[in-house]
Design a binder for this molecule. Structure first.
Ligand code: MLT
Length: 337
């Protein structure tokens, strides 16, 4: 009543029409739960905040989305499972933790496939990306509705500078439970330690593992600078972190709410890209100021690239399909395999 007094007639009528057009599902307000694997201040958080803001606006303030940061709703593996079962609405997690549930998205985690932010956008926002979304609905019961771009995963460790593959030998490196990433470290001559993301900070702190890889923004958000000293700018994986909605939850919504979800996801994706570009350099400087020592791989990363590509790619030709890989390579303007 209080608000109505201040509305002009055309505005009030417009709001009524919007509400009517949005259908009955808007009559029951709902706060959707969004699990976020990372802590505040990272790209996952930014994507989630923008999604929540846009979603609320697009439902005329009727529906809302609440973020649960820092793995509060479980490990990233748990949250994708829970979303698949419909007991969780949304999750934001790293693509490498989606791959075990939807193998075809492994095309995004093959070492050195994505060599720039533009490559990441090309693969996620094109027909190839739509194919990956469809496959993930089919294989994992979740629908990707937004993408956060987080930059290249850099290697960090607490023991020694690493610029050559030989420097890596003897280090215990945590990797996600992702076969392609495990195989990449094996190609570099070590047996990495698969560990859930939610356990990684403690693993580093207690020195169960010496190092890990993740983008600069994630390293800062997770305060890894408190337990890690050396950074190596390897560029084998450009980190992409999708926002997924439970497919069963999505299908329960009216067409208007589904549209609001999809549009809010798109707006959040655009925001994520701009945010990465604005933040990454600044965050890298902050990590240096906090005492992290950053090095580039020797010889332009050549030995890292050659080992990973020659040993890992052929192993995944069957699983990922040479056709899919060649479509991706063509979209990126590279030679087919
Ligand atoms: C991982 O290393 O498991 C993920 O990249 C972490 C994340 O979600 O940021």
């Amino acid at each position: 009543m209080i608000y109505r007094k201040h509305l002009t007639r055309p505005l009030a009528m417009a709001l009524c029409l919007v509400a009517a057009a949005m259908g009955s599902s808007l009559t029951q307000a709902k706060t959707f739960r969004v699990a976020v694997g990372d802590a505040a201040g990272g790209t996952q958080h930014e994507l989630g905040l923008k999604f929540a803001e846009e979603f609320k606006a697009r439902t005329g303030g009727q529906h809302d989305a609440k973020l649960f940061l820092n793995g509060q709703l479980g490990s990233e593996e748990d949250t994708i499972n829970n979303a698949a079962m419909g007991t969780l609405d949304f999750s934001i997690l790293a693509i490498n933790n989606v791959t075990p549930f939807s193998p075809s998205v492994g095309v995004l985690t093959l070492p050195y496939m994505i060599q720039s932010l533009d490559d990441a956008k090309t693969l996620t926002q094109s027909e190839i990306g739509q194919g990956l979304i469809d496959n993930t609905v089919r294989d994992a019961g979740v629908r990707i509705i937004g993408w956060a771009y987080s930059g290249f995963r850099v290697l960090t460790n607490s023991k020694q500078p690493v610029t050559r593959v030989e420097d890596l030998q003897g280090l215990q490196i945590r990797v996600p439970k992702n076969e392609i990433m495990i195989d990449t470290y094996r190609a570099w001559g070590i047996n990495p330690t698969p560990m859930a993301w939610s356990e990684t900070f403690t693993g580093l702190q207690l020195k169960v593992v010496d190092g890990q890889d993740n983008p600069y923004i994630t390293v800062a958000a997770m305060k890894f600078d408190e337990v890690q000293k050396y950074v190596t700018n390897i560029r084998y994986l450009f980190s992409i972190e999708p926002l997924v909605v439970s497919e069963s939850v999505f299908q329960e919504q009216s067409a208007e709410v589904q549209q609001a979800i999809l549009e809010a996801g798109k707006a959040a994706t655009a925001h994520s890209e701009a945010w990465l570009v604005a933040q990454e350099g600044k965050i890298k400087q902050e990590l240096t100021a906090k005492g992290m020592l950053i090095a580039d791989p020797a010889n332009g990363e050549q030995e890292w690239i050659e080992l990973a590509v020659s040993k890992v790619w052929p192993k995944y030709y069957d699983q990922l399909g040479k056709d899919q890989l060649n479509t991706a390579l063509k979209a990126l303007g590279r030679d087919p395999i």
